[in-house]
Design a binder for this molecule. Structure first.
Ligand code: PHE
Length: 446
């Protein structure tokens, strides 16, 4: 059997996994959810959710993946042969299909906006930004075209494999993303109303906080860190046996959170206060309006949408890799065929989402894209995260889990470290996630 490909170095893995985590979730979803939930107070609660609940789940996924060295389905079959736990992995692969299908639609918008920005159609137009967005959103042909174009980019990277495709793309794109973000922050902070925006973003107003805020923060933490669907199991499966998974998980969690926080440092100073309205259109409408009013707005708009496209691509690649690795390991399909086939089917599946913004009456009425985000981006991820914790706690056994984690990680065995993981995996994570899940199911809110 051919030896499983591995990342070329720890840095290579950290960049690739951070690339998965850093995406539209950070630059598009985080700012608008923060805007809708009272700014600073939400940010604080988000940070707690990330480090208390999501971080241990990240370690769990990486340990499962590295131990089994398989895709999510194969991983559960390897660690718990003869049991039904592989279904958790299968749900992860299905979530990969679901999330990628609508995520590629929004990713396609970033391409369209780069082109609009370059041609001057965004900043030099007499049409107002909301109308530009609506006209574009209800143009079915354009929506589907951009969906397929973005999917083709994703497939292209995944065909390249682990070292030459995913790792290489992340090594070039992530530093670029970081530099572009710093440049933009440097610039927006010089704008006249920047301080007002920063106040909204950084000074917590706890009067806006309720149970809903907390649960939104938790769902966002899972989505942003790519948890609950086996993306980290898959990326972990390409890690060498002696890697310190604790520090790897920490770096990825840290970078993802850093980029989300930095995205806020671009958007809120640019807005110059609390957003007038906050929703999925925050970046595509409200921000475009800002780009029109500020000096050098044309250039800033181009840079901003390139940055978003980059962030989206390193995430779509990880979503497709989950499905591709499943087809390679379990169905013995060659990488190139698997990536092209899966990419094509997923793009087809994205069509209803692409048409749900005005192009097609039926899909628009049911809000297909939002529904997909709710079912796959919330329910599937939180359920998956819960089941993975229960798997380690009650099926695999914490001792075996710790034994595997100890390879490369010197903290295992120290009583405060073991106690912390025990508390997190048996108690805090399952309980917190179960509450979130029940809430989502009962209220139907995302
Ligand atoms: N974490 C990605 C983002 O923030 C989205 C994603 C979710 C990617 C689940 C892979 C798996 O945009």
């Amino acid at each position: 059997m051919q030896k499983r490909e591995e990342w070329s170095s720890k840095l290579g893995f950290i960049l690739a996994a951070s690339g998965s985590a850093i995406g539209l979730g950070n630059i598009w979803r985080f700012p608008y959810i923060t805007g809708a939930n009272g700014g600073g107070a939400f940010v604080l609660i988000y940070l707690i959710c990330v480090f208390v609940v999501a971080f241990p789940v990240m370690i769990v996924e990486l340990v499962i993946g590295r131990k089994a060295k398989k895709n999510p389905v194969g991983a559960f079959k390897t660690i718990a042969p003869g049991s039904k736990w592989w279904i958790i992995g299968a749900l992860g692969v299905i979530a990969g299909f679901g999330i990628l299908s609508y995520y590629s639609v929004v990713a396609g918008w970033t391409l369209a906006y780069i082109i609009k920005a370059v041609s001057g159609g965004l900043t030099n137009s007499s049409v107002n930004p909301a109308e530009i967005f609506n006209n574009f959103a209800k143009n079915g042909v354009l929506q589907v075209t951009y969906l397929f174009v973005f999917s083709a980019f994703t497939v292209f990277v995944v065909i390249g494999g682990i070292k030459e495709g995913i790792e290489k793309a992340a090594k070039i794109l992530l530093p670029l993303l970081f530099i572009l973000m710093l440049l933009l922050i440097g610039y927006v902070l010089t704008l006249p109303n920047a301080m007002n925006g920063l106040k909204f973003y950084l000074i917590p107003d706890f009067s806006k906080v309720n149970s809903h805020t907390v649960l939104m923060a938790m769902g966002q933490a899972f989505f942003s860190l790519s948890l609950g669907m086996g993306a980290m199991i898959t990326y972990g499966s390409y890690l060498p046996s002696d890697d310190d998974l604790f520090s790897s998980a920490f770096y990825v969690t840290f970078f993802d959170t850093l980029i989300a926080i930095l995205a806020g440092f671009i958007i809120f100073p640019a807005l110059g206060g609390a957003p007038s309205k906050s929703g999925p259109s925050l970046v595509f409408v409200v921000l475009v309006d800002v780009f029109r009013k500020i000096p050098f707005g044309e250039i800033i708009a181009i840079v901003f949408f390139i940055l978003m496209a980059i962030a989206a691509l390193t995430s779509t690649v990880s979503l497709l890799e989950v499905v591709t690795s499943y087809l390679i390991d379990e169905k013995k399909i060659e990488r190139k065929k698997a990536a092209i086939g899966a990419g094509f089917v997923i793009a087809l599946l994205g069509i209803p989402s692409a048409l749900s913004l005005g192009a097609n009456k039926f899909f628009t009425k049911i809000g297909f894209l939002d529904k997909m985000d709710f079912v796959f981006g919330n329910i599937f991820l939180t359920f998956g995260g819960l089941m993975m914790c229960l798997f380690v706690a009650y099926k695999w056994g914490l001792e075996y889990f710790l034994e595997h984690l100890s390879e490369g990680c010197e903290h295992v065995g120290k009583s405060h470290f073991n106690n912390w993981l025990k508390l997190a995996i048996y108690f805090i994570c399952p309980l917190a996630i179960a509450v979130l899940l029940l809430y989502l199911l009962i209220t139907g809110e995302s």
